[in-house]
Design a protein around this ligand. Structure first.
Ligand code: PLP
Length: 396
């Protein structure tokens, strides 16, 4: 019996009907630009910011054109200048080093552990090299946020969180993105809410919020924001903060608002699927499950496992056997960046030193998306296929 899986790893669910209705309303009135409102009207983008700030328990929120733009805006807002070093994860996706490069910064990479989180011992030794850490919660894995924040606070290092994979996640009950000075989220199709492209930024710091708002291209229309600081704060920064346009528009905001209202239910559905796959993989010879800490509330929108210390040819063999049965595994250890997988040594616009401990982990990281279009039965089948093929190659 060789079952084959026939679902698509890139197919998300259709947008909910209320999002479609809201989009049509915007299309019918035609006021897509966020500042294009009639007297007394609250635009969709301003409302989205107000609602997301409340949902995250943040004082301020800004909606922008992409997750990567939110990250770059955060770096600009905290004052990163050309040539400045910025600490960041060796294991992340290309928009993170890209955001640092976009402001002329220089990435200082920090290693990854077998838990797939930032190596806090490595970070500790590098904290004196930069005043900003762009912390990527890559693939939704949260490090010990208590220890990280203690270390960074003690060293005076500002933390910007990349929550592209942790919207809806939490560390000891505190929502991801709320520990650092700024939290950044992506609303791109493959993340937890889908507007095609889009980003959100939250903070409790009035000056960072005002700067980010000006940077995003508010002209002098910041009073139309509902989750921004008062005009006095803008008065302080408005002549010295450039406009780097990257606003969100009302169409995308309209389709995001209903999705955000539904986020908790979606998170529960992702986690049911994640747990089916994890249970199915547990105990597979040669395969290491990435255990989740008790303090972490995660969002299982993707799953990772390790084939630690496997020869590259044997990993390639597992990938091709799984692919032949319809299961698409991504491999961060591949020699060349392919699709969305790349690693610190693929970003050659920055110098990096080899990190042997991280290289060992990266060489064995297998990654798989878990779209909500998969049924629980699909998840069981996928786990059976991976288990069978990994066991077969391991024992051969
Ligand atoms: C998707 C993603 C981002 C931001 O991506 P955009 O496509 O710019 O919205 C940032 N970090 C990580 C880890 C991501 O996966």
């Amino acid at each position: 019996m060789t079952d084959v899986f026939s679902g698509s790893f890139t197919q998300q669910e259709p947008l909910p009907e209320d999002a479609i209705e809201a989009a049509l309303a915007v299309l019918r009135h035609g006021r897509l630009h966020r500042y294009n409102v009639v007297p007394g009207e609250l635009g969709e983008t301003a409302l989205l910011e107000q609602e997301f700030a409340a949902q995250m328990g943040a004082k301020y929120c800004l909606a922008v054109s992409s997750g990567g733009y939110a990250l770059a805006t955060a770096l600009r807002a905290v004052g990163v200048q050309p040539g400045d070093p910025v600490l960041t994860n060796a294991f992340t996706l290309a928009p993170v080093p890209g955001a640092i490069a976009s402001v002329g910064g220089r990435a200082v990479f920090v290693g990854v552990t077998e838990d797939l989180t930032i190596d806090l011992d490595d970070l500790e030794g590098k904290l004196d090299q930069a005043r900003v850490l762009m912390l990527s919660h890559m693939r939704g894995h949260l490090c010990d946020m208590d220890r990280l924040m203690q270390m960074c606070d003690a060293a005076g290092v500002i933390v910007i969180e990349d929550c592209a994979h942790t919207m809806g996640a939490a560390w000891r009950g505190q929502l991801s993105g709320r520990q650092g000075a700024i939290g950044c989220y992506s609303c791109q199709t493959y993340k937890h809410v889908n507007s095609g492209e889009g980003g959100l930024l939250v903070t409790d710091d009035e000056e960072l919020a005002a700067k980010a708002t000006m940077l995003s291209g508010s002209y002098m229309l910041y009073e139309r924001h509902l989750a921004a600081p008062g005009p006095d704060v803008f008065e302080r920064i408005k002549y010295t903060t450039p406009n780097v346009s990257g606003r969100m528009d009302n169409l995308r905001a309209a389709i995001l608002r209903p999705q955000l209202r539904d986020l908790d239910r979606q998170v529960a559905r992702w986690n049911e699927r994640y747990r089916e796959i994890e249970t199915g993989l547990r105990g597979t010879p040669g395969l290491t499950i990435v255990e989740r800490p008790e303090e972490e509330t995660y969002v299982g929108s993707s799953i990772q496992f390790l084939l630690l210390d496997w020869a590259p040819e044997r990993i390639a063999e597992v990938i091709s056997r799984c692919a032949a049965r319809g299961v698409e595994l991504k491999w961060f250890g591949g020699a060349e960046p392919t699709g969305f997988t790349s690693r610190y040594d693929s970003w050659r616009y920055f110098d990096s030193e080899r990190m042997p401990k991280s290289d060992r982990v990266l060489a064995g990281v297998m990654d798989m998306r878990v779209p909500l279009t998969f049924s629980l039965e699909d998840c069981r089948l996928i786990a059976r296929i991976i288990r069978a093929e990994v066991s077969e190659v391991y024992q051969s």
